[in-house]
Design a protein around this ligand. Structure first.
Ligand code: NDP
Length: 291
């Protein structure tokens, strides 16, 4: 038996449709949720992400504002843009596309975003609120992973979950979310001893490492649900292709279900950004959130 493929692309389309339907219910154009995306510099991958975000924001019926700044922008200039957007009542979500150029202190910039408009969930207030079980803006990628897991498994309570990777944007918030769902959570990283053995414990295995095909089929517990967050561009057979952090060909023989790369977690990230913008709007305007 080979694993079921978890279709993140299709699931993301249903999330976007639900967001769009709720936005349409809100009525009047001046009151629609607004998302501002700030791009500093000309990193080609970031440009593609920002373009996709804008397109999908507009398709969901929301207002999209794009702030494009040169690679030599100073930190104080960027902070001024953030202050303006914080004060703008038509903007409900602010996203600063990472990475930022080296002259800018990323943590200082992320902490300048109003936590109520922090749709990336990277502000220290939201990180703390998530960790202490309070209503928070939750980072989009782990939120998308959680949605896929709950859709597949229903209740996650009591399950053994292993998250490989402990970054602030994926691994750590993923672990917090799984803990909130009452999983027994192990967080593995580059200093973990016998990673393969740790992974074999997992009923839920989330790989967010940034190493192409690191996780092999024989690291996976039979029947486990595997979420592959990795997006790695490699050259293979003279072609450039995207692969995950999981060796898909061997993993599919062992897992119960697995997300593909591309078409798994990736599309969920933008869908969750739209969902977070709607959530921020609802909280700022004190109207019911999307169920
Ligand atoms: P980071 O580089 O910030 O973190 C990687 C983590 O993996 C670190 O905690 C590191 O450990 C750990 N790690 C690295 N090598 C190993 C190893 N050999 N064994 C065990 N652990 C290891 O990456 P991100 O969290 O930002 O991203 C992870 C992946 O997810 C990337 O491929 C990225 O492109 C992708 N991604 C995909 C998104 C999507 O929308 N689908 C969104 C964001 C990221 P240590 O802390 O010890 O250094």
């Amino acid at each position: 038996m080979t694993a079921d493929i978890i279709d993140g692309k299709a699931f993301a389309a249903t999330v976007r449709a639900r967001v769009a339907a709720r936005v349409a219910e809100l009525g009047d154009n001046e009151m629609v949720p607004g998302l501002a995306v700030i791009l500093v510099g000309d990193d080609p991958a970031s440009q593609v992400y920002v373009r996709n975000k804008r397109k999908q924001t507009i398709e969901a019926g929301m207002r999209s504002e794009e702030v494009r700044l040169g690679a030599d922008t100073s930190e104080s200039e960027l902070l001024q843009h953030i202050a303006r957007l914080n004060a703008d009542p038509t903007i409900h979500g602010i996203l600063v596309q990472l990475p930022l150029p080296p002259q800018i202190d990323t943590l200082r910039v992320l902490d300048a975003v109003d936590p109520a408009k922090d749709v990336d969930g990277f502000h220290v207030t939201n990180v703390g609120r998530l960790a202490t079980g309070q209503a928070a803006m939750v980072p989009c990628t782990p939120l998308g992973c959680l949605m896929l897991l709950k859709d597949r498994l229903g209740s996650l309570a009591g399950r053994e979950a292993v998250v490989v990777g402990r970054s602030n944007i994926v691994g750590k918030p993923m672990a917090q979310l799984l803990l909130r769902e009452n999983c027994t959570v192990t967080v593995a990283h580059s200093r973990t001893r016998d990673l393969a053995e740790v992974c074999r414990r997992a009923e839920i295995l989330v790989a967010a490492v940034g190493q192409p095909r690191l996780v092999k089929g024989d690291w996976i517990r039979p029947g486990a649900t595997v979420i592959d967050v990795g997006i790695n561009r490699i050259e293979e057979d003279g072609k450039s292709r995207l692969v995950g952090d999981v060796d898909f060909a061997s993993a599919i023989e062992v897992a119960g279900a697995i997300t593909p790369v591309p078409g798994g977690v990736g599309p969920m990230t933008i869908a969750c950004l739209l969902a977070n913008t709607l959530t921020a709007y609802c909280r700022l305007h004190d109207v019911p959130e999307l169920a």
